[in-house]
Design a protein around this ligand. Sequence first.
Ligand code: ZN
Ligand code: ZN
Length: 174
Amino acid sequence: MAHLSITFCRQLARARREKGMTQSALAQAVACKQSAISMLESGQPEKLSQETVGKIAALLGVPLEPVPAGGAEAPAGSAGYCPNAACFSNIPYAVADALLFWPRPPAAAGRHCAYCGELLERQCPHCGAAVAGGACCPACGGALITNTLPPGTDPAAWAAQRRREIAEWRSLLS
Ligand SMILES: [Zn+2]
Ligand SMILES: [Zn+2]
């Protein structure tokens, strides 16, 4: 099985959840094991054939990723971030009506977020560029972290409340 980027695997996971499909329902649809889907979504597609990954991507409406020009992995030293909007490592703020999340502090070298355990991302979910810190991609301007709050949430009010919670929580750690 060819290498798949974490970004692509995460896109599959997001697309599946957006469809309200369980891992086992997806596994049944493409005739593989639920554990293989779970592995795929965590960035380990080794249990699946290229053909099965193609079926999964087609079913979920996720375009297969192009073969990256310079290798799939971002440079080892590039900043990582937690893609979880609800994670305390991400400081939310509102610009006009858009809710953005600034990853603080940038993650260290590990694979998982020390705050919530989610797998860290090192590439822009929109264009695949390596990230350099900050809420938006330096190459395409897209928001790195998807706002997953329920529609109708007031961005400014939610962000202000969340920042107070994060500040209080961090004060307990110091
Ligand atoms: Zn996290
Ligand atoms: Zn980008």
